[in-house]
Write a protein that binds this ligand. Sequence first.
Ligand SMILES: [Mg+2]
Length: 105
Amino acid sequence: MIYPGTRTAYAGHRPVLLMAEVHQARSAAHDKHGDNSIEALAADSPRWLPVLVEEVGEIANTLTYDGPGDNTRAELIDAIAVLTAWLDAIDTARKPRTLATTGRN
Ligand SMILES: [Mg+2]
C-alpha cells in the first residue's frame, strides 16, 4: 500500500524484507531444534500455544529492568516465526471440501 507523503519505495518493500527475515529465523530455528522443530507439527498440535507463549515471554523479558533490552526486535521476529509456521500448518492441513467428502449433493 502506498501512503501519500511517505517514502513509498521504502514502505513498499519493507514487508517483503521482514518476511524474508522471518523465513530465515524459521530456517535457523529448524536447524537448531532438529527433531523438535515446530516445522513438522500438525495444525492441531498442543505444542503450538506453549511455544508461542514462550516467545512472547522472551519479548517481555527484554523489557524488564534487568532484561536484555537490546534484543526485543529479535524476539518479536521469533514470535512472528512461530505464528507463520502455525499458519502454514493450518493452511497446509486445509483441503478443499468436495461433494464426495461432505456427503452432500
Ligand atoms: Mg526467542
